[in-house]
Design a protein around this ligand. Sequence first.
Ligand code: GLN
Ligand code: ZN
Length: 772
Amino acid sequence: MIKTHILGFPRMGEHRELKTALERHWRGELPAAELETQAAALRARHWQLQLGAGLDHVTVGDFALYDHVAHLIQLFGCEPARFGFTGQEAPLQRYFAMARGITTTHAHDAACGCGAAEVDGVPALEMTKWFDTNYHYLVPEFDSATEFSLNAERLLAEVDEAIALPASPKVALLGPVSFLYLGKSKQDGFDRLALLPRLLPAYEQLLTRLAARGVTWVQLDEPILGLDLSPAWQGALRQAYARLGVVGQPLLLATYFSPLQDNLNLACELPVAGLHMDAVRAPEELLPVALRLPLDRELSVGIVDGRNIWRSDLDAALVQLRKVQELRGGRLWVAPSCSLLHVPFSLRHDKALDSELQSWLAGAVEKLDELRVLKRALWGDEASVARELAESRIARATRIASRRVRNASVASRLKALPTDADQRRSPFPTRQAAQRQRLRLPSFPTTTIGSFPQTPEIRAARAAFKCGTLNEAAYREAMQREIQLAVGKQETLGLDVLVHGEAERNDMVEYFGEQLSGFAFTANGWVQSYGSRCVKPPVLFGDVSRPKAMTVDWTVYAQSLTARPMKGMLTGPITLLQWSFVRDDQPRADSALQIALAIRDEVADLEAAGIAVIQIDEPAIREGLPLRRAAWSNYLAWATRAFRVTASPVRDDTQIHTHMCYSEFNDILPEIAAMDADVITIETSRSDMELLRGFGQFKYPNEIGPGVYDIHSPRVPGTADMLRLLKKAAEVIPPELLWVNPDCGLKTRGWAETEAALGRMVEAARQLREAV
Ligand code: GLN
Ligand code: ZN
C-alpha cells in the first residue's frame, strides 16, 4: 500500500490572490465575509490540485489568513489578556488585532511641526522566524493564568468544505508540545511546560470532534524533535502522546527541517499511528527510522524537497523508497520533506525563466506531480509514467552538464585562493590608528545604515526604467537627484559618515543578484514571509562571477558631492546566500565563497575609486545557524571566513563596517568578533541596549554602533531617550569605540520622520560628547 500526501500547501494562491484580498480587507475595501469567500475558493482550488495529483488525502488546517500558529491561539482560546478583548468582537477582528496590533495614531506634538505621528495602542504579537526558514510566525504568549478552551468552528467548517468536494481530509496542526515550545513565557520564572496538562484536554476534545466528523488522519507537527531538547521537553512529548495516542483518532506525528539524532528513538516510540520524517535534511536517518519504527505504524517519507526549488532526482528517490518498502512490508507514505509553504506556487511557466532553467525547477504544483509519478512507479506501474521519468532524467543530465552552471575560471580562482586571503594586512589597533588619521571623525561618530526613504517617485522611476519607458540617461539623472537630495539632507543634519541612500535598489539581495552571473530571477516565484508579505528569492543556480562593477558609479557620484566620507554599501555573501534558493549540487560553503570573491572585487574597486568606508551588510548571518548546536561551529567557520574574504583586500586605512539586525547575537560573539570588521552596527534599541551587555562582557574588541532608535516604528524618538541609551551603552562599551546610528536602514520611513529622528540623534551625540 503506497499513499501520498503533503504536509501543507502555499496559501497565497497562484497570483497572490490572498495578499490582494487581505490588504483590501485591511484598507476597508473588502468586507470580512468576502475575504472568507475568497479564502475558501483558494482552499478549494488547492485541494483540487492535490486531488488531481492523486494524493490520498487533501490537507486541511494548513491554510491561514495570516499565520497558522496564530490560528492555534484562537483554536485553543488563549488570546493574550493584554489585548483587552471583551468577547464582543468578531473572531476575525481579534485575529487581525493580534497579528497587526491595535493602533491609535495622533499627530506629533504641534510644537515640533515635523509632520510625523505619535502612535500608541496595543503592540501586535511578536513575530519570529519559523525554525531556519524565512517564514515568520506569531509568537503565542503564556503565563500562569493562561487557560485553554476549544473553538473548533473555523477548522470544522474547513473540514466540511473538503468533505463536500468530495475529498478525504487529513487535518494538519502544530502539536501541543511544539505549540508551547514556540511560545513565550510572559512571566519571570514561569515555565510554560507547566501548561501542558491544561492544554492536552483541548487537543483531546478536538481529536474527538474531528474523528466524529469523519476525519481519518490528523497530522500533528512536532518539528521540535529536530532540536536539542532538554529531558523535560522530551518527557513532555512522551506525556502528551501517551494521552493523545489513545483518543482513537489516528495520529501522524510529523518532524522536519533537521535530523532527529538523539530524539530518534523517542520519535519512533511515541504511541501514534504514523511518523513523518524529513529524508531530505536527514537522509542518513531514513533507514534507521525504517528499521526502528514498529511495523504496525505508518512511515511517511519526506523525499521531495519542501525547502528548495530543484526538480527531484526521481530515480534516486525511487531507490531509497524501494529500500524502505522492502523493510516495511511494502507499506509506505510518500511526501515532501515539509510543508510546501516554503516554495513558490509553480515555476513551470514562469515568464522570467528560460525553458532550460524552468525544466530544472519545481514549485509546489510540480512537486505534487512528482508525488503522483513516484506513487505510480512504486505501484509497479512505471510504464504509465515513463515519459515523466524520462523528462526528469533529461532535466537532471542537462543541469549537470550545463556550461551555465560550471564556470572553469571561478573554479580555478577558488583553488588558487591563498590561505590568508581572509586576513587584513594588520591587526585592528594598527588599522584603527590609520583610519583615525585618514577619516578624522569626532568621538561618537554619527552615521546611518544605508537606505533612505523609498518615496513613491523613486519607485515609479525604477519601475519605469525596468519596463523601458524611462531611458537609462533619464533614470540615472533621477537617481542622482535622489542621491543629491540625501547627501544635502545629511550634511544639513550634521551626520559624520554619509551614505548615498540606496535609491537605485529595490532590495538588498535582488540588486546584487541581478548583476552577478549565476543568479536567476523568477517573475512569480513568491514565498510567504509573514501575513500578506511575500518575498521572491533569487535562484542561485550556477558558479558566481561579477561581470562588472555594481555600485562604484553611484558611490563615486555621491562622494563627489561632499567632503565628508561616503560609505560604500554592499550586501555580504552569507545574506545573499541565505535569502536565495541555493544550489543543491555543491555545499553551501562553496557557494558562499564564490559569492564572497565576487563581492571582494567590488570592495577592491570601491577602494580604488577613493571610497574610504565600506559597509558589508550581513543581517542574515545568525539565521543561517543550523538548528542543531553541534553543527554551529562548522557553519560559523565557513560563514565568517566568507565574510573576511569579502572584506580583506583593502588597505589598513580603509574602514570596513558590517551591519546586523533582527536577532540576538550574544551566543555567537566570538565568531562576530572573528569577522574582524572595523565597525559593527547592530539593532539594539528594542532590547533597551540589553544586547550590548554581552558585547561588553565579552570585551568585543572593535568599534560598535548600537542602534539608538527603532526604525520599524513611525514614532520619532526623543533626544533624551537616545542620550539615555547611549549613556547606558557607554557603561558597558569603552566610549572610544562607540558609534551613533539607528537600528537599521530607513527605506520604509518617510522623510519628515526620518529628518526629525536623525536631527535628534545628532543632537544626542553632541550632548554626549559634551558630557564625557
Ligand atoms: N543597508 C541596508 C539598508 O539600509 C541594510 C538593510 C538590513 O539590514 N536589512 O536598507
Ligand atoms: Zn538592518
